[in-house]
Design a binder for this molecule. Structure first.
Ligand code: LMR
Length: 328
């Protein structure tokens, strides 16, 4: 039995880049779904791991599990409530089963750029959202940025009508489902780790994502091209369980939260540059990137914006207006 027990442990250590945690340290498992390099979330998670493991050595130890190696986003929040994982940073589109307050971030064409998202999140309204799931046992610790979403498909997308009749993978969000239906697309919810295979085999025709995800997952290799629509955003909630946070001694919690806040500010300031670099890498690798003419962009806005009215009651018109007000 001793041998049989030892085998899975060895396999796990070899397969993932685990930080070596010492006996007596509080182990913080951080599960996420993206690549680690050249990705806003991957870089931020690694920086958090490095800083905690150096500055809190002996007290706390972060182990990052990237690339859906521990959980995908459909499983991670339940696993967190079970105490099997302590940190995650799912996109704001992945919380609908727990709260509707993040729906406003999924509406198309609300934010002109990630700086506007940043200003909204740092407002009192934005910060209050961190506490929106406390009764469900989850605590938001901060927002991490990714970037603006682009559309890709196995056909050239210039006008919204070009997507009509196609199947697109979507994150599990009612707002995104409605946005796709508004352009005649059949939305197919699917875990992030399955998207490349689904695009490659034709299970779906297209998808929407940021440059860093389209590059990191190599989606552009199995698509006709990527159209720079900038029609929405992907941003993350760094989340933990209320129980776990409460279990920490105050001084340990404060030091951890200070490091997290510093990592958040440092890496959020770089998120747009990381996505721009990923876009350039796609072009350098021979991927097709299409720009919209002003007229075409207007057509995409016209086609998608009716979704705002569809969700005005559930999101609250005042919350939509507040979000829009953070644009320049
Ligand atoms: C997706 O599921 O497409 C993204 O939310 C993945 C991620 O974490 O960026």
């Amino acid at each position: 039995t001793a041998l049989a027990l030892a085998v899975p442990a060895v396999t796990l250590t070899a397969g993932t880049a685990l930080a070596a945690c010492d006996d007596g340290e509080i182990v913080v498992k951080f599960a996420h779904v993206t690549n680690t390099d050249r990705h806003p979330k991957g870089i931020a998670a690694s920086l958090l791991q490095d800083r905690v493991n150096e500055e809190m050595n002996g007290a706390m130890c972060v182990e990052v599990f990237p690339n859906s190696t521990l959980y995908n986003d459909d499983q991670v929040l339940e696993a967190m409530l079970q105490g099997d994982v302590q940190l995650a940073a799912p996109s704001l589109s992945k919380f609908e089963a727990f709260t509707k307050v993040f729906q406003v971030f999924d509406l198309p064409f609300v934010f002109q750029d990630i700086d506007a998202v940043d200003r909204f999140q740092l407002s009192d309204d934005g910060q209050a959202m961190l506490d929106s799931m406390q009764r469900r046992g989850l605590q938001g610790l901060g927002f991490w940025h990714n970037g603006m979403k682009q559309m890709s498909a196995n056909v050239a997308l210039e006008m919204p009508g070009d997507a009509s009749g196609l199947k697109f993978r979507v994150q599990p969000s009612d707002v995104i489902v409605a946005q796709m239906e508004a352009i005649g697309v059949s939305p197919q919810p699917m875990a992030f780790s399955e998207v490349y295979g689904a695009l490659q085999t034709g299970v779906v025709d297209g998808q929407e994502n940021t440059w860093s995800n389209i590059y990191g997952q190599k989606f552009f290799e199995v698509q006709d091209g990527v159209t720079e629509t900038n029609h929405g955003i992907i941003d993350y909630l760094v989340v933990t369980s209320v129980d776990w946070l409460d279990s920490l001694d105050a001084d340990v919690r404060d030091q951890f939260m200070t490091i997290l806040a510093e990592v958040t500010e440092t890496r959020n300031a770089e998120a747009t540059a990381v996505n721009e670099a990923a876009k350039q890498s796609i072009i350098d690798a021979g991927g097709v990137v299409r720009q919209l003419t002003p007229e075409a962009r207007e057509a995409w806005v016209e086609a998608m914006k009716p979704v705002w009215a569809q969700f005005a009651d559930s999101i609250g018109q005042e919350n939509i207006d507040a979000a829009v007000s953070y644009n320049n």
